[in-house]
Design a protein around this ligand. Structure first.
Ligand SMILES: Cc1cc2nc3c(=O)[nH]c(=O)nc-3n(C[C@H](O)[C@H](O)[C@H](O)COP(=O)(O)O)c2cc1C
Length: 403
């Protein structure tokens, strides 16, 4: 009898083990665990070295920059006559029209790219002369046409002695960390180091770590998240750029993925497998709840907030804000700090208008515009790198770019 029970138990256990293996195999293969993560190749230090053309080399660094919705809205035209000149255009096929109706974040993302190009230039031996809007301003009434025809920047490379840049290696770290931060505030010296990065008189950078402002700003961040997560068309826009597994990530190489929520390793593959097999797990309601909950956790573990504020809201100021943001991110990394911009409250769609107006009334005087609002602190854990496109996809083929 005892022997019989033992046998049944053994059979049950081995049955369960087989079932577990079958389930894991199904999850892992749906996740694409065996696939090479091509979407991470641009993060390899050797990646840019395969390109002879220094303009492509530098662009391969630019695309590592932070950018709204990870849309990587960049197009490069290599000057066919001047081999040290390229033009950066905003890619009008990569806008997030619901969440960023005036393409303000898209323009900030041009600046983040340009600053990375500049920092890489120093290390690789090129001075980069950047002229913003060399063919004049956009026609705002015909914005997408303007983006296609007018460059955001003309970048001229001038050979120079390579100089080891302390910021260079920070470019290879993920720019955005959405996890909880340690309590440690910035020291007076660190504050000074970050605040002194800005030298533009039309731009103000403020860092807050006092109790009153921390409470107020945390409240804006959570209100922004609650409002945004209740806007169906925005949820749809975000869902459409969510890449559920390795196959999709290698195909699109932009947009959102589980790495953006800090998930990596085996857990990432289990989650990716589940979402691929049962897409309803990632329903609008579930995603909204996760977003609000993770924002609350982030706010509860934030020692400082900061803002980049510009006098006016011109396209040039937006681009310059992006350049400053990139420099801040890199400097913060050097100091051992990480950053996340909970941008919802700065977004210009009707449902956010009240919060947008309130935060501007309180923190941006005289009609100035808050371009970036971000939390910063020492990380409690590392965040994984997110998808990046192949730099050759950014190069306008009509110019006959060569590898
Ligand atoms: C203009 C702008 C707005 C952004 N807004 C948000 C945001 O609201 N919440 C967030 O978590 N990250 C935000 N980010 C960060 C991007 O999502 C992030 O840079 C992108 O997904 C690539 O990831 P990485 O920075 O880790 O490389 C923003 C970045 C920029 C440049």
């Amino acid at each position: 009898m005892k022997k019989g029970i033992k046998k049944t138990m053994l059979l049950t256990l081995s049955g369960l083990a087989v079932l577990l293996i079958v389930v894991l195999v199904a999850l892992f293969s749906s996740s694409g665990i065996m696939r090479t993560s091509e979407y991470l190749e641009p993060w390899q230090r050797t990646y840019s070295q395969q390109f002879e053309d220094p303009r492509i080399r530098l662009a391969a660094h630019g695309l590592l920059a932070a950018n709204g919705h990870n849309m990587q809205p960049w197009k490069i035209r290599l000057d066919p006559k001047e081999t040290m000149v390229f033009f950066l255009y905003a890619d009008s096929d990569r806008l997030s029209k619901q969440v960023d109706p005036f393409a303000r974040q898209t323009m900030i993302s041009q600046g983040t790219f340009l600053e990375y190009v500049q920092v890489a230039g120093v290390e690789l031996g090129y001075k980069t002369a950047i002229e913003l809007f060399p063919d004049g301003n956009y026609d705002e009434q015909n914005l997408t046409e303007s983006m296609d025809s007018k460059p955001v920047a003309k970048v001229t490379l001038i050979s120079a002695e390579p100089v080891k840049s302390p910021l260079y290696s920070s470019m290879y770290l993920p720019d955005t960390n959405r996890a909880a931060y340690q309590k440690t505030p910035l020291t007076a010296e660190q504050l000074n180091q970050l605040e002194s990065i800005n030298t533009d008189k039309d731009i103000t950078m403020k860092i807050y770590q006092d109790k009153k402002n921390m409470e107020k700003l945390g409240n804006y961040a959570i209100q922004g998240a609650i409002i945004e997560s209740g806007v169906h068309r925005i949820n749809e826009e975000s869902a459409a750029i969510f890449r559920a597994n390795e196959y999709q990530k290698n195909k699109y190489r932009s947009g959102f993925s589980l790495e953006g929520q800090g998930t990596s390793g085996v857990m990432k593959h289990i989650m990716q497998g589940l979402i691929t097999i049962f897409p309803s797990i990632n329903s609008e309601k579930t995603s909204a709840d996760i977003f609000v909950k993770s924002t609350q956790t982030a706010i509860d573990h934030t020692p400082a907030y900061a803002m980049i504020i510009t006098k006016d809201n011109s396209r040039i100021e937006q681009v310059k804000s992006g350049m400053l943001y990139s420099r801040l991110v890199l400097t913060a990394h050097q100091l051992g700090f990480v950053i996340q911009p909970p941008s919802q409250v700065l977004e210009e769609y009707p449902e956010m208008k009240e919060q947008y107006t309130m935060i501007h009334r309180e923190y941006a005087d005289g009609g100035s515009t808050i371009q970036m609002f971000f939390r910063l602190g020492k990380p409690t854990r590392e965040f994984p790198q997110s998808m990046r496109r192949d730099v050759m996809d950014l190069i306008d083929a009509s110019e006959g770019a060569e590898k």
